[in-house]
Ligand binder design. Sequence first.
Ligand code: ADP
Ligand code: MG
Length: 463
Amino acid sequence: MQTIQEDKLWQAVLGDIEISLSRANFLTWFKNTAIATSDESGVTIAVPNVFIKQQLERKYSQLILDTLHKNGVSVDTLAFKTQVFTRPQVDEIPEPAEVQRSMESSNKTTSKQSRQTTNPLSHNYRQGLNEKYTFDNFVVGAGNELAYAACQAVSGQIGTKYNPLFLYGGAGIGKTHLIQAVGNSVLAKRPGSRVVYITSEQFVQEFVDALRFKRNTDFADFYRSADVLIIDDVQFFAGKEKIQEEFFHTFNALHQANKQMIISSDKPPRDIPTLEERLRSRFVWGMSIDMQNPDFETRCAIIQAKAENKGVRLPADVVDLLATQFQTNIRELEGALNQVLAFCEMRELEPNLAIVSGLLGSQATRPKHLSSKQIIERTARYYQISLEDILSPKRDKDIVFPRQVAMYLLRSELHLSFPKIAVELGRKDHTTAIHSVEKIEKEYNLNPEVRTAVTDIKERLYA
Ligand code: ADP
Ligand code: MG
């Protein structure tokens, strides 16, 4: 039987290990383990069965040795032996749901009450959140302002405002950043809150593990006792019936208890294939927000903010170039910026347009065989207007639209800067170019006629 010191040591070790593993894994492999014997030569761990013994030997020996070392016990050898060992206190460590239940009910025994004050599992509820995602370092602009406002509102009033809050939009536009910011903000305001952030893929994995190791109730209890449950990229639930069912029950339990749910996805609930109807309808109970690609100005502001954060001020043309090259995915934009900053820092250079366009490589270089003039001429011809008209200041609808398409093509095919595009089409103001390009970008996605026109013109250009 283990001594009190061994018991304490093992509890400390388990506490550390728990943080580094998923909850399902931790419970599966480490529940009902104990130190059987220990001396200078080594430590023997008692485990409940042979299967767990094998897994611990194979996968977790080093982790256990390291963690023992961290807790002041340096031994070289670790042995495992099967021994039915149920340490009463271990079993009585309240599961999170139990803690909640006992907190909610007032007439509990004193012994239970004394345990609530130090909930040994509470650190689990931080799991998954990354402190770097905050509201403060999120740049708000067209495309994301509604999502930002909703997230802020939710963080100030969890469970009652918009429940669930459902954010959807393309890759790299800040969904994860915003939903994690809610979690961090809730924890900053109310440190004891149980905030759980998990991607739907992890959720699926944990669920599968839990089923396999017959830990379904641990799994369900954990998620159903959160104050704020944040599920990222829920589109991965598509086609997974069992998971959808499990999540449906979790959803209902939390919703009934006025606990906040925040969900993100790359598409709206109606477009997630094979999403059960009852779940689909739940997802739109609260508020769904379509996050749009940040517009040009917002992208510029993001670049500036990220550069300044690293103590660098970028010249406007460099910012412009980056914001032009990366129109939809802020993750890619950030990657390119970091590459530029690292490059310049190593060589002690000030970032400038030549360096940056060189670094961005082929994406930034224009195809040699294509000129602005060809693009403008082709576009005019496609719409059967004269070159003179497309270059004129005329504001007729029949002329304005082809002009906008030409600007869009100058951007997409030649990657010209906005001021340059404006000049090519005889405009003075480059904001016209920005608006035109953005307008056609949008129409391209919405309007099949525009898509056909653009594709046709391109085909002829490259023919
Ligand atoms: P998503 O989850 O939508 O794919 P992320 O939230 O992971 O996108 O965002 C990708 C990267 O871009 C992250 O590093 C994030 O911090 C950053 N990012 C996105 N939008 C903004 C913004 N408006 N302000 C600051 N950073 C942003
Ligand atoms: Mg994401």
